[in-house]
Design a protein around this ligand. Structure first.
Ligand code: ADE
Length: 253
């Protein structure tokens, strides 16, 4: 997969080259290019923002600069993107007013060969930049949660990490991603608790069933704790979960 990020703070994205993602880049599973938006400014001050039409606080990012940046970045695919076709990338614009970024969206993005991220700052990017890009490529405005960050950079790191770990070969054990919270194999539930050695720590014992060797009982216990935890913390997830009679009995307790 090829990922391009356009930002006024390229150094902010440096952690993308650390740890698991760094290894994925080294192994050629992921290619990441970060571009400085100010490289497409036209004035000595390298201005990227201006005051909003209609008044109000804050500044809006200028369409000319973003338009030129996206024209350039979206026209020159790197080695990880399909170069033999005219297929454009999928453009992702993080914004608190976007549609929610979920595990299902991460799974969708993981199927894409090429993603371009546009990091807004201030009060956001002139809407015409998004409307214009949407004439040529799929564009998603996405939010990582109901809170407001100072810019899209941290949201991009969250999204890239969630997507990259789903790429084939990135996780040491591919079964880990299959059993994640929110995943289809967990029926969209939260994962229950996990334990490792020692058996007793600060007088707290590991649940007996996990040491029983009874695999059916362990599976049932995992399912039960996932159901109980989801009910306690995120009951709305149960609305869409596929539950059988045994599951319903747990929730009725
Ligand atoms: N930019 C600022 N806040 C954001 C959020 N919650 N999600 C995505 N991008 C953002």
């Amino acid at each position: 997969m090829r990922i391009d990020v356009v930002t006024i703070f390229p150094d902010y994205l440096a952690p993308l080259r650390e740890a698991l993602l760094g290894k994925a880049i080294d192994r050629g599973l992921l290619e990441v290019a970060v571009h400085d938006l100010r490289g497409w400014t036209h004035d000595v001050h390298k201005a990227v923002d201006d005051s909003p039409y209609g008044g109000g606080p804050g500044m809006v990012m200028k369409p000319q600069v973003w338009g030129d940046a996206l024209d350039a970045v979206c026209a020159s695919p790197g080695a990880g993107a399909p170069q033999d076709t005219d297929t454009p990338p999928r453009l992702v614009v993080p914004t608190p007013s976007g549609r929610p970024f979920t595990q299902a969206v991460a799974e969708e993005y993981a199927e894409e060969p090429w993603l371009v991220f546009a990091c807004g700052r201030y009060e956001g990017i002139d809407q015409r930049v998004i409307d214009d890009a949407a004439r040529r490529m799929p564009v998603d405005e996405v939010s990582i949660g109901d809170y407001v960050l100072v810019g899209g950079e941290v949201a991009v790191m969250v999204i890239v990490e969630a997507v990259a770990r789903l790429l084939p070969g990135v996780l040491g054990n591919p079964a880990s991603a299959k059993q994640d919270s929110f995943s289809a194999s967990l029926s969209g539930l939260l994962e229950g608790p996990s334990y490792t050695r020692p058996e007793v720590w600060r007088d707290l014992a590991v649940p007996d069933v996990l040491r029983s060797g009874n695999h059916a009982a362990i599976e049932r216990w995992r399912r039960d704790t996932a159901l109980e935890r989801t009910f306690a913390r995120r009951p709305e997830l149960l609305d869409d979960a596929e539950l059988d009679a045994a599951d319903r009995a747990v929730l009725d307790r």
